[in-house]
Design a protein around this ligand. Structure first.
Ligand SMILES: [Cu+2]
Length: 336
């Protein structure tokens, strides 16, 4: 039987419609929803540190499969009520083993955490108890979301295609925010001499579901030319993400948060190193803002947001951020 093109197109549309109806939610037990973790620019420099979308309504016993879309690692973590956030993401939920295996079940009585997920990794969680739950990333403090788990009889406001479109919108918005537009040069000590390099930048965006961060994982000046004896100042402008300025030998992971032994502290709190010749090593340790103010928690001191290096001889001095060099966060100082 020969069909006209329009008949075949109609059949195709009908099948598509049936497919959409069958794959959409109403009345199906153990439905699996999808949430994207992170989004990034092609050059990896701009990162949306976000659950996409960061608010979703599901039914009791439904699953959510979280899928990483990025090279920056993230965890998907549901802590139990009033659990204290670990100081270090490698502690995961704080038990042994620290991380859960997929598929996991969350019922609000014990913590569930995916290990750090990288691009393409997935982690599935079934939600067996009604309630409203916060999802966090243990690596990025301003990356949170809310899962509303409703009883099976309750109507749900949206279906998966709505969340997919919302995820795309939120990713586009965050990535467009993750740059230096509208930010002037930094106001540190070296500003007048213009040997100033901004280390990362970010904006935290909030909505009813939680917080997302639009982060730039770059040095503003990846190549700077100076004179022998000059000092360059790096300043981290990101409100939460640590970065390092690392010359020469990269330190072991366990000591990356701390400055190398040669680093001194200036009177205004900035860290300072001197490099005598190309190839010499120095490491800033974490350069980062103080944590956000939180009531009933001891107030932390100001952050260590600046690192200075004085260059004693001519040559080329490459440097990296030891945390984000894999995303292309590198630079060099040319000393004439
Ligand atoms: Cu970095």
């Amino acid at each position: 039987m020969r069909q006209s093109l329009s008949t075949r197109v109609s059949w195709f549309c009908l099948l598509l419609l049936v497919g959409v109806i069958l794959s959409s939610k109403p009345g199906r037990a153990d439905f699996t929803w999808h949430v994207q973790v992170g989004a990034q620019s092609k050059d990896l420099g701009r990162q949306a540190l976000a659950f996409l979308p960061n608010e979703i309504w599901i039914h009791q016993n439904d699953n959510i499969t979280f899928r990483s879309a990025v090279d920056e690692p993230h965890t998907v973590t549901f802590m139990k009520p009033m659990q204290v956030r670990p100081i270090d993401f490698t502690q995961g939920c704080g038990g042994v083993p620290p991380f859960s295996t997929s598929p996991a079940t969350f019922n609000n009585t014990s913590c569930v955490s995916a290990p750090p997920l990288f691009k393409g990794d997935t982690f599935t969680i079934q939600f067996t108890k009604t309630g409203n739950y916060k999802v966090v990333c243990l690596l990025h403090p301003d990356m949170t979301g809310t899962i509303h788990v409703l009883a099976a009889a309750d109507p749900l406001p949206h279906e998966q295609p709505y969340y997919d479109a919302l995820a795309d919108d939120q990713a586009d918005h965050l990535l467009s925010e993750a740059d230096h537009d509208g930010h002037d040069g930094h106001g540190g000590w070296q500003h007048a001499a213009s040997h100033a390099i901004t280390v990362g930048d970010a904006e935290i965006l909030a909505n009813g579901g939680g917080k997302s961060t639009a982060a730039l994982m770059r040095f503003t000046d990846s190549t700077m030319t100076i004179q022998v004896g000059d000092t360059v100042e790096w300043e981290n402008r990101d409100p939460a993400t640590p970065h390092t300025i690392t010359f020469g030998k990269e330190p072991d992971d366990s000591v990356v948060p701390f400055p190398s032994a040669d680093v001194t502290t200036d009177h205004d709190g900035a860290r300072h190193a001197t490099l005598n010749k190309p190839g010499d090593s120095t490491h800033s340790g974490f350069i980062m803002a103080a944590p956000e103010e939180v009531p009933f928690v001891p107030t932390p001191p100001p952050g260590t947001t600046k690192f200075r290096v004085t260059f004693k001889s001519a040559g080329t001095y490459p440097f990296i951020c030891a945390l984000h060099d894999g995303l292309g966060m590198k630079g060099q100082i040319i000393v004439k």
